[in-house]
Design a protein around this ligand. Structure first.
Ligand code: ATP
Ligand code: MG
Length: 427
């Protein structure tokens, strides 16, 4: 009897998209291909009403695990594809229970339930018949008790038209929409907790994200760049391709700071960051900007200041965390694997020239005057003409472009020089 390992990948909202379903499933298929782990060998991908079935040439647990990180996928069932016969379903279920629980299968009983489903209604056994037959046989083979209301293990049988699928495990995917199905955005990525989480929220709504990080160089060490790099590398698990630009903002910040009242410096800096991000967004054909702002978190994030900041650009500034508490943001950062990186110490460009008491109220006209005095156009073009670019793919080991690798290693050397002449704050 032939039985084949496969992975059932069930679509989330993409499946509900009516007319546009083809667009969403195409994007998802592309992203699935980009995320395939090398361990699976070559993988055949078959669409079947509301799901994709993945048949790898080499079986490994990595494939299912990896699919849980692809936005647009709600549910992932590692499964076996079998012939359409009750005995084949039983063999497939027992095989997988042995694979999953090994010696524990007999030692520790687990309450279980069988859920059979017939897509092919002409199949001669009803779902209820299958549930009864499989329930009794699995109980006999394992000694496990049946519990339909609170099973610890659920065994699913999906009787399709050509063949059937049997699974004993279900993994939760990140859900949402396939990356790329909503367009492209430029994320302002600091080294903190907020912006990586904001990026993930927008990727899950279908935006392909590029990233820009501002370092305070030449007045800060490169620690914030390492963090931004590590953060994008982690986030690149969730989309096929990610790019990070690093801008050195230190000199422009100084010029801007000397042209503005101390209280307005932070807002002036944010406007400068957004202008540069928008310039990059134009080059990348990105239609939106994304920040990790959360209302009232710091002085620069009052409604008045957010309004003033938005005035600097024409593209929409998306702030998915605007109504989130810090605690909620950190919990989400833990789930998506960015918290441990965000937690590391760094020299942040924003704290470099931060005034003791930033204004909580500002208006666009005043900031425009400050910017004219500082020569904002030159500050933007000067910064944009000197960017470093790094490129990452969704594969397990993110790839560094040769140009990026050279730049990062030269920054490492200059950071060692920095340590040699440690300033009092450098720690
Ligand atoms: P935290 O997570 O500690 O709040 P943060 O970087 O979010 O750190 P904020 O001062 O709250 O700090 O910044 C608000 C938003 O502005 C950030 O979420 C980010 O989108 C953007 N931002 C701030 N600093 C930078 C930076 N150095 N490079 C790129 N974007 C930045
Ligand atoms: Mg913040």
């Amino acid at each position: 009897m032939t039985m084949q390992h496969c992975v059932l990948v069930k679509l989330g909202e993409a499946f509900l998209k009516g007319e546009n379903r083809a667009l969403f499933t195409r994007a998802l298929r592309r992203n699935i291909i980009a995320a395939l782990p090398a361990e699976s060998g070559s993988v055949a991908i078959q669409p079947r009403g509301g799901m994709f079935v993945l048949f790898p040439s080499d079986h490994s647990a990595q494939l299912a695990q990896r699919m849980t990180e692809v936005p647009g996928i709600n549910v992932v069932d590692p499964a076996k594809c079998t012939q359409k016969a009750p005995e084949a379903f039983l063999d497939a279920a027992l095989d997988q229970l042995r694979e999953r629980f090994g010696d524990e299968l007999q030692q520790r009983p687990r309450a279980f339930a069988v859920i059979a489903q017939r897509r092919d209604k002409r199949f001669e056994h009803t779902s209820a018949d299958l549930n009864r037959y499989l329930g009794a046989e699995i109980q006999r083979a394992t000694g496990w008790p049946v519990n339909l209301s609170h099973p610890e293990v659920t065994i699913r049988v999906d009787v399709n038209f050509g063949d059937a699928f049997v699974s004993v495990q279900r993994l939760r995917g990140v859900g949402g929409l396939p990356v790329g199905s909503s367009g492209r955005a430029m994320v302002l990525l600091s080294g903190g907790f907020d912006s990586p989480v904001a990026a993930m929220r927008m990727m899950k709504r279908g935006l392909a994200c590029d990233f820009v990080h501002f370092s305070g160089a030449p007045y800060t060490d490169p620690s914030s760049i390492y963090k931004a790099y590590a953060l994008v590398r982690q986030l690149s698990r969730y989309q096929p391709r990610s790019r990070l630009w690093v801008a050195q903002l230190g000199s422009a910040q100084r010029t801007l700071a000397s042209s503005s009242a101390p209280g307005l410096r932070t807002v002036a800096q944010r406007r400068l960051m957004l202008r540069i991000a928008e310039e990059l967004a134009g080059r990348q054909k990105a239609d939106a900007l994304v920040t990790g702002d959360s209302l009232g978190q710091v002085a620069s994030q009052t409604i008045s200041n957010l309004h003033t900041v938005d005035d600097a650009v024409t593209r929409p500034v998306l702030r998915p965390l605007i109504g989130w508490d810090k605690e909620e943001i950190i919990a989400e950062a833990r789930r998506i694997g960015t918290a441990e990186i965000s937690m590391l110490p760094d020299q942040d460009c924003c704290t470099m020239l931060a005034p003791p008491r930033p204004a909580t109220y500002s208006d666009a006209a005043t900031l425009q005057t400050v910017e004219t005095r500082a020569g904002i156009e030159e500050l933007v073009t000067g910064t944009v003409s000197n960017l470093q670019e790094y490129s990452f793919t969704a594969g397990d080991g993110a790839q560094l472009s040769p140009q990026g690798a050279a730049a990062l290693s030269s920054q490492r050397q200059s950071s060692q020089r920095c340590e040699g002449t440690a300033s009092p704050q450098a720690g």
